[in-house]
Design a protein. Sequence first.
Length: 434
Amino acid sequence: MIRIAIDGPGGAGKSSLAKAVAAKLGIIYVDTGALYRTIGLYMLKNGVDPKDAQAVISKLGAFRLELSFTDGKQVILLDGEDVGDSIRTPEISMAASAVSAIPEVRSFLLETQRSMASKNSVIMDGRDIGTVILPNAEVKIFLTASPEARARRRYEELLAKGASVTYESVYSEMAERDKNDSTRAVAPCVPADDAVMLDNSDMTPEQTVDAVLDIIKKKAKKHKKRSGYMIVRAIIRPFTKFFLRIHVHGLENVPAEGPAIICSNHIAIRDVFIIAVSAKRQIRFIAKKELSRVPLLGRIIKALGAVFVDRKGADVGALRSSVELLEQGELISIFPQGHRNPGVDPAKTKIKNGAALIAYRSGADVLPAFINVKKHKYGFFRRVDLYFGELIPNSELGFVNGGKDEYEAAGKKIFSAILALNKQEPRTLEENEN
């Protein structure tokens, strides 16, 4: 199942694009803008000013709105009647813009849209799909074009339907709607942080479709890599559980989505696997380059998506890769101590600046973690306590202009938070999986 969100201003060609892509992929197209247009239509028909929020809210329960699909085509019924193309006029466009700025209207339609996406592979277009309706969509695209190009397209579309309009009036109405949609307090028309920007001012409809299909293909490839990580995790998890009795505390502190830097103390190479099998998301580990050449172990760590770093000097490439992964919303894990410290009091080890530097460059928050391994007469079958603490907001790390002093101070703050975790009541791995 895949969910594709296409946002952007009016006239960029979102609807025709989404329909074409849906047909190519054989998935359902959901025209969310049509839902707002239908509410705008109802208000105008019943003498309600779409800009009068209280009047609009009072009418939300007075009509029946149904969304269905016939031969893959979306049909909207207003009190049992198909609205058809009656919602495609400039007047209805302005009414839709007005009612969509009302929080209660958006809440009224939210579950209808999300419910459809939870049961089917869908492509939705609108103005806040990637930011509000489907924040976890696998593919997010913000489609835009110059105001002149968008106005020209809309003008020609309306003329083809027999409407009596001028280019100037269409341009003026579009500019007003752009301003309303991008500046409204609730769900403004802005790109999601992880959206791919696509300007199709100089593209034909066919070229735009091809560009979007290429984006989807690349995103699907990336998603496949993530699925591969989970396969590797599933393979190593039974072995890790067999040899180590892992107890996890604070799993709820691991963000379900978005970037973060997991920083933990480092006892042995098994720490990577302990963290990997405990968290439910893919984690990209920062590992020393030498490990990539170790038979079998190197292959497993590579499969887990590791970023290998050359510790002999400043590895700019590894730093850039780490920052880029965080900017893409991924989790990375780094050991601030820089190397394993078995049998040594972690409070007495020297801290490297790598974690603080990555935090400064990426702006990501930091998730402290602590690993404690109990002694056992056998090398294996030891009890392991893994603690995840609360996120440390990047704004609390004391960065101003960067620099060695700031990195050292931030590194000490991070490691102090790590050490403070070694005194909590653990839960078993199985309890956290339920």
